[in-house]
Design a protein around this ligand. Structure first.
Ligand SMILES: Nc1ncnc2c1ncn2[C@@H]1O[C@H](COP(=O)(O)OP(=O)(O)OP(=O)(O)O)[C@@H](O)[C@H]1O
Ligand SMILES: O=C(O)[C@H](O)[C@@H](O)[C@H](O)[C@H](O)CO
Length: 161
């Protein structure tokens, strides 16, 4: 989880590969109207996000029921959104990718082939509510390439392994 450009897709896929688990791209589950809105430079609001988050939650449940533990990329910016995702069957744990805003701006400006415009980063940052102490998850300061971030995520999620 995290704002646009933190590396959810890149790191999430790499983490899934390392764990030998499937990866679920939350962005691929957005209703078309949400993608159109973001592509037009308008941030989503709660009403836009609820139907999408329900789809993500229900897909997570389907995967759990099929016996498939899954790594999911989803912005999950607000606590209430995460509370909804936690309703999915199975243990839901969060990794917040924490990247300095300056690095994010640079990454997003240089990213190609993605419909999310750089102009939406500020609203993403304003909406983000970091993980709270009672939420099952970790806040991961992102340093180094994706493989290093995966190492750090695994260490943080299994501190005694
Ligand atoms: N650890 C990293 N170090 C350097 N660059 C990275 C790292 N992780 C991701 N990137 C690059 O940053 C850009 C954004 O990554 P990515 O698309 O995975 O982010 P995202 O959080 O999924 O974004 P969005 O929510 O907008 O889809 C990509 O160009 C990616 O290659
Ligand atoms: O909650 C949101 O506002 C959205 O999920 C965004 O975060 C985008 O899906 C993502 O960043 C695409 O790049």
């Amino acid at each position: 989880m995290g704002v646009s450009g933190t590396g959810k897709s890149t790191v999430g896929q790499a983490l899934a590969d390392r764990l030998g688990r499937p990866f679920l791209e939350g962005d691929a589950l957005h209703p078309a109207a949400n993608v159109a809105k973001m592509s037009a430079g308008e941030p989503l609001d709660d009403d836009d996000r609820w139907p999408w988050l329900r789809i993500v939650r229900d897909t997570m449940t389907e995967r759990t029921e099929a016996g498939t533990s899954t790594v999911v990329a989803c912005s999950a910016l607000r606590r209430v959104y995460r509370d909804l995702l936690r309703e999915a069957q199975g243990d839901v744990r969060f990794v917040l990718l924490d990247v300095p805003a300056g690095v994010l701006r640079d990454r997003i400006v240089h990213r190609t082939g993605h419909w999310m415009p750089p102009s939406l980063l500020e609203s993403q940052l304003a909406t983000l509510e970091p993980l709270q102490p009672d939420e099952d998850g970790v806040i991961l300061p992102v340093t180094g390439p994706p493989a290093d971030v995966v190492d750090a995520a695994l260490r943080a999620l299994t501190p005694h392994a």
